[in-house]
Design a protein around this ligand. Structure first.
Ligand code: AVI
Length: 323
């Protein structure tokens, strides 16, 4: 597909999704659209914020426990490839990749990411950090690319899905997603998946409302993106970033609240009206109990092998194996 056509299609899909969400009652926007170039940058900054504990917790797990994670996997299977869904910069998975590489030089790492730029960077950078590692980047949607990895290699698979990305799905979506991953795998294949755990609700809320206002900018950037890419005229100052955490459901939801009655035009023809204090739901970040996590494993056809916690018990990487 030519680049211009590809980008036109993306814009069309973005337009359709944005209009569907903004015409709904209550209004919503899909959080996958946070990640344009500026959104990627802001997310990198969020991960460096003191309040955003998730990255440090999971980094600690991977730094300290990768030898254990690798040994646990090698206890049942020695010859497998690794697929990382949403690989990003591999700054956490590199610790595990090194441990796997020490035990078996003959595996292929398939980093999967929706961004071509990210895949290019991994393919350029990672060989310098783990010399001799076979890397085959896959640019596209998670499930499609997992199928692609299976098409390329018939070996056993270890799938990594870290960073609490599963938290950006609601309960039904997360079960449906794990079931879909399961259908792409064989008995004996493994999945290492990162869940953020329930904890002091204030700590969670602060993580989505940092003092520097980076998460606020990240949330508002979605409106900026709609302005630029879909030719809209959102007045950014008229919207307030407002995250709420419900300790009962474990759902942290981020909203943009319209601080006045207003009309926004999108493209040449569409007008969206907002009442004063009307909301746009932009993101869900679910926090789990261990019982809930074990329940998802069971419902989606996996057996829990081991839980790897950080030292504060705030985050867990769970190792599941296909039944
Ligand atoms: C990518 N994802 C797991 C992040 C989260 O914690 O839900 C995205 C994020 N949104 C606001 N801060 C971070």
């Amino acid at each position: 597909m030519e680049l211009a056509t590809a980008s036109k299609n993306t814009t069309t899909k973005f337009y359709k999704d944005a209009m569907k969400g903004l015409r709904s009652n209550p209004k919503y926007l899909n959080s996958k659209y946070f990640y344009d170039e500026r959104g990627d940058e802001l997310f990198q900054q969020i991960m460096r914020c003191d309040e955003y504990y998730l990255t440090n917790c999971e980094m600690e797990i991977l730094k300290m426990q990768s030898p254990d994670i690798a040994s646990t996997i090698f206890a049942s299977e020695k010859n497998f490839d690794v697929v990382e869904l949403g690989a990003g910069d591999c700054s956490k998975s590199i610790y595990l990749l090194r441990q796997i590489f020490r035990r078996n030089k003959n595996f292929t790492f398939f980093p999967v990411d929706i961004s071509t730029h990210v895949i290019d960077l991994i393919e350029e950078d990672l060989p310098k950090k783990v010399r001799g590692l076979n890397i085959h980047g896959l640019n596209g949607e998670y499930i499609e690319m997992l199928k692609q990895a299976n098409y390329i290699s018939a070996k056993r698979k270890l799938v990594l899905f870290m960073g609490s990305n599963i938290g950006n799905m609601n309960h039904e979506q997360s079960i449906a997603f794990c079931k879909e991953v399961r259908t792409c795998l064989q008995p004996g294949d493994c999945l290492l998946i990162g869940f953020d755990l329930k904890k002091d609700p204030q700590i969670i809320l602060n993580a989505y409302n940092d003092k520097q206002g980076v998460t606020r900018e990240f949330n508002l950037n979605l409106l900026r993106r709609i302005n630029t890419e879909l030719n809209a005229d959102f007045v950014i100052e008229n919207f307030k970033h407002f995250p709420v955490y419900n300790p009962e459901s474990g759902e942290c939801k981020s909203y943009l609240v319209s601080m006045c009655k207003q009309k926004v035009s999108i493209g040449d023809t569409e007008i969206i009206e907002f009442d004063e204090y009307e909301t746009i739901h932009t993101e869900i970040s679910v926090k789990y109990s261990i019982e809930q996590i074990n329940g998802i494993a069971h419902l989606s056809g996996f057996e829990t092998i081991e839980h790897f916690y950080d030292s504060k018990d705030w985050f867990v990487d769970v190792l599941w194996q296909c039944r």
